[in-house]
Design a protein around this ligand. Structure first.
Ligand code: AMP
Length: 407
């Protein structure tokens, strides 16, 4: 045995192997991620499978966050903490993020020394809904009618112009519909303005959409673009609950949605994966509702439905690698697991295993009402059709139980 090793050691092949290993170590990068929740966790898992990344560090305020649980090193601090972001940039070769509320001004300053993707300039546009909509409009991409609002008088004027209902939206730091107030009558104006007091605001015409769809799109640092097929999204209480991949839309809508996503990626110039949410109206008009500069909940199906998941695609994009195959190989329904409204605390998951159902829990210590704690992908491996998948979703709603953990 020892002799064999000695002989191999002497051989040129072994020397070559050592050189290759050394080069891989030198060339592979330390990845910094702002945010270590479920998206950071799944990015970490994808990164662990790529030779180009040697280590993952996340910045997240929750100790032992989901990404840390699967092996990322963690800096425990607020996402916007300037010193912590600086520290992350010093320790990393390349920075990305899983949340859009990062501090784009701080990131802009650090950009000279550390590669940051998507770029802080792209982040700055996207994280302000008004700037985002103005940017899309300027580039000829259709969005619902909108306007900036600074006071009650302007809101009244916009109601007269756009009609009711309309949506009052906070421009920044809103997710899962939390920054939206649907105004149905002028008597609600004061309540709506009170709710968002101190925040910068805009209004948007209410779109009577037929469907909500999204396209996960990727652009790598060389400018190559790839889009995943359009998917259909069903929300409950403004929170994404179900994604149907591929979406049940006409061929015209499918092509148009993917074209809009591609155009958006061309004008945005950012590198990475973006989630582009759209409304489809009854006459098949497509309007962009919102862009997320990051991997997106409506792309979780790609973990099973595609050969390249959105998480791997994001890493490929920011590292300047060739983008992977984004076609859907097997139709899939993604169903989000939300914390029950009945309790907050540690929990058990009761779930009956089935071959085509992939359960992914995010390792969150506590369940909180309506908090995303996991998802399932129900995959049509036997080609039985969407109706069968929907039946399985209905079964899951009854059989997958989140219950308080006995102490
Ligand atoms: P947002 O957080 O702005 O993406 O909005 C959350 C949800 O609110 C969307 O998924 C839609 O269901 C709804 N929504 C947002 N904007 C509009 C709009 N202009 N018209 C109708 N519904 C909207």
């Amino acid at each position: 045995m020892l002799l064999a090793i000695f002989k191999q050691f002497q051989s040129k092949n072994f020397a070559k192997l050592l050189v290759i290993q050394y080069l891989l170590n030198v060339m592979s990068k330390i990845l910094g991620i702002i945010g270590g929740g479920q998206l950071g966790m799944m990015l970490t898992e994808a990164a662990q499978n790529l030779d180009d990344i040697s280590k993952i560090i996340v910045l997240d305020p929750t100790e032992n966050c989901p990404a840390a649980k699967v092996g990322a090193q963690q800096i425990v601090a607020d996402f916007k903490d300037e010193d912590a972001i600086k520290k992350l940039s010093e320790l990393s070769d390349i920075i990305t993020y899983e949340i859009e509320s990062g501090n784009s001004d701080v990131l802009k300053k650090l950009e000279e020394n550390t590669e940051i993707n998507p770029s802080p300039d792209t982040l700055r546009i996207i994280q302000d809904k008004l700037l985002q909509k103005q940017f899309l409009q300027k580039n000829g991409i259709a969005v619902a009618e909108f306007e900036k609002i600074e006071n009650k008088e302007e809101l009244n004027q916009m109601i007269d112009k756009m009609g009711l209902p309309l949506l009052l939206k906070t421009r920044r730091d809103a997710y899962d519909g939390r920054g939206n107030y649907k105004i149905n009558s002028k008597s609600e104006i004061d309540d709506a303005l009170d709710l968002f007091s101190g925040k910068t605001l805009m209004v948007e015409k209410f779109v009577k959409f037929e469907k909500e769809v999204s396209v996960i799109a990727a652009r790598n640092t060389k400018g190559e673009i790839s889009t995943y097929p359009v998917v259909e999204n069903i929300h409950e209480n403004n929170i994404l609950r179900t994604t149907i991949a591929p979406g049940r839309v006409s061929e015209t809508v499918r092509k148009e949605a993917e074209k809009i996503a591609e155009k958006t990626m061309e004008v945005l110039h950012g590198a990475g994966v973006f989630g582009i949410e759209m409304f489809v109206t009854s006459d098949d008009e497509i309007l962009i509702n919102e862009i997320a500069p990051r991997v997106h909940n409506s792309g979780h199906h790609t973990l099973q439905s595609c050969s390249t998941s959105q998480f791997e695609q994001h890493l490929r994009a920011i590292l300047g690698m060739e983008l992977g195959d984004s076609s859907i190989k097997t139709p899939t329904i993604m169903y989000n697991i939300l914390g029950p409204k009945t309790f907050q605390g540690e929990y058990n998951v009761l779930f009956k295993k089935q071959d085509n159902i992939h359960l992914k829990m995010y390792g969150k210590l506590e369940s909180k009402p309506q908090r995303k704690i996991g998802h399932v992908n129900i995959v049509d491996v036997e080609n039985r059709g969407m109706d069968e998948l929907f039946k399985q979703v209905e079964d899951l709603k009854k059989n997958l139980v989140i219950e308080p953990k006995e102490s």
